[in-house]
Design a protein around this ligand. Structure first.
Ligand code: URA
Length: 443
């Protein structure tokens, strides 16, 4: 007879659990004999104690086989996806998926919702009026075959154990754990029947992995899991010690993604998209090496051709393609207020975690399971690191549902401003992790 309390205590006290014990615990959770509060306690114990390599391998296996594993062979011989560990202003998936599809590499993309202070691709996509992320697997296959990419949420069938744990972790402070993140991401990705995977591992105060060593450990862990399951996996460490691009908030980020696909938009967003796309087309077998892949990605992005594919994707998934030509059709918030600098000088950064929290507080994310999102709220025109500013200059802009909420957000952002201290922000792209090892990209 399963005694979940004993297993929680064992993990709390640092004992290694047997595969059969993990299986009993998680199967009990799925069947209802282990309560939410017991699983929350277990997750907190994992947060502090971690998992051994064997425990993690079994956990990934349980997550993956808790649901269906897709068969996408009909789509083509290669299927490449990318997944981010989560950050603030991370709208990369939107331009990236259609860009890589331009190379003839199918991108079956299964994304998540906002988690903690970070945003989620599904919430962003759903801010496009009518856009459906809940396609059935047959619809998913059909859109993927027709458009070259399809973007959905985890269906009921895919890794249901992860779906429940992900939601629970989001509201119990148990997100930033290497084994929990690694198993969550990799179980979903392995269920997609991929032939290659690129991971965008965010590092910095706006990410779940705040320091480089932990981000590298997470990268190595996920790359190894991919390899163990026969899916070549590459991870890039990208900076999340500032917001990516100039906006955070669902509809605001869609507008910025459209600008990126028009060949404009923030350069940091473009550079991350190009770097990830470069890796994906190599894994997809259409570029000989990463240099060639990046060159192709930069040229294609600048040409604006992937924008047309985004229009087709939106249409195929029930959304209003008119947002491409007129982002004014995206949801808006009734109150828009500037955040003005209290002092002049060179901006080091506006702390991204605080920006992410502000977006959640404005209603753009969730504090409770299943809470409704307000797609138009958020922060945009966020001044980038290194910008010279005078007292009174605008350093960001808040989109809120009320003047009171806007005022609170403005104050919070002002308090998150750091002026130049001599310590530089992180390089945008710092490391590349493969099964062969870790390569430093910039210093
Ligand atoms: N993304 C996921 O899919 N899972 C996590 O745990 C964190 C980020």
């Amino acid at each position: 007879m399963l005694n979940p309390v004993r297993l929680i205590e064992a993990k709390r006290d640092g004992r290694t659990l047997e595969p059969s014990e993990l299986r009993a615990l998680f199967e009990g959770y799925l069947s209802g004999s282990v309560e939410e509060y017991q699983m929350a306690a277990f997750l907190m114990a994992v947060q502090f104690r971690g998992m051994t390599a064997d425990e993690l391998a079994e956990f990934v296996r349980l997550m993956l086989h808790s649901g269906a594993v897709l068969d996408l062979a009909s789509v083509g011989a290669v299927r490449i996806d990318k997944h981010s560990t989560g950050g603030v202003g991370d709208k990369v998936s939107l331009p990236l998926a259609v860009l890589v599809a331009e190379a003839g590499v199918p991108v079956p993309m299964m994304s998540g919702r906002g988690l903690g202070h970070t945003g989620g691709t599904l919430d962003k996509l759903e801010s496009i009026p009518g856009f459906r992320t809940d396609l059935s697997l047959d619809e998913f296959r059909a859109v993927l075959g027709r458009v070259g990419t399809a973007m959905i949420g985890q269906t009921e069938e895919i890794a249901p154990l992860d779906r429940r744990l992900y939601a629970l972790r989001s509201v119990t402070g148990t997100v930033p754990s290497i084994p929990l993140i690694a198993a969550s991401i990799m179980s979903k990705k392995l269920a997609e029947d991929l032939t290659g995977l690129v991971l965008d591992v965010k590092v910095g105060s706006g990410a779940f992995m705040e320091d480089e060593d932990r981000a590298l450990e997470l990268s190595r862990t996920m790359v190894r899991i991919g390899g163990d399951h026969g899916v070549p996996t590459v991870a890039l460490l990208t900076a999340m010690d500032r917001t990516l691009g100039g906006s955070a908030g669902n509809a605001l980020e869609v507008a910025e993604a459209i600008a990126c696909l028009q060949g404009s938009g923030p350069t940091d967003l473009r550079d991350v998209v190009v770097a990830l796309a470069g890796e994906m087309v190599v894994l997809g077998g259409v570029a000989a090496d990463v240099e060639e892949g990046r060159r192709w990605a930069a040229e294609t992005l600048a040409s604006g051709s992937a924008l047309e594919r985004f229009r087709t994707l939106i249409e195929a998934q029930g959304g209003d393609p008119g947002v491409i030509d007129d982002p004014g059709r995206l949801p808006t918030a009734p109150v828009v207020e500037d955040v003005r600098a209290l002092e002049g000088g060179t901006l080091r950064r506006i702390e991204p975690r605080r920006i992410g929290e502000v977006v959640v507080e404005l209603g753009g994310g969730r504090f409770r399971l299943g809470a409704e999102i307000h797609p138009g709220v958020g922060v945009d025109r966020i001044a980038p690191p290194g910008q010279a500013i005078d007292t009174g200059d605008r350093i960001a802009r808040v989109h809120a549902r009320s003047h009171v909420e806007a005022r609170t957000a403005v104050e919070a952002i002002r308090a998150a401003v750091e002026m130049e201290t001599g310590e530089p922000v992180r390089p945008l792209l710092s490391h590349r992790v493969t099964e062969g090892g870790v390569q430093t990209l910039q210093r």
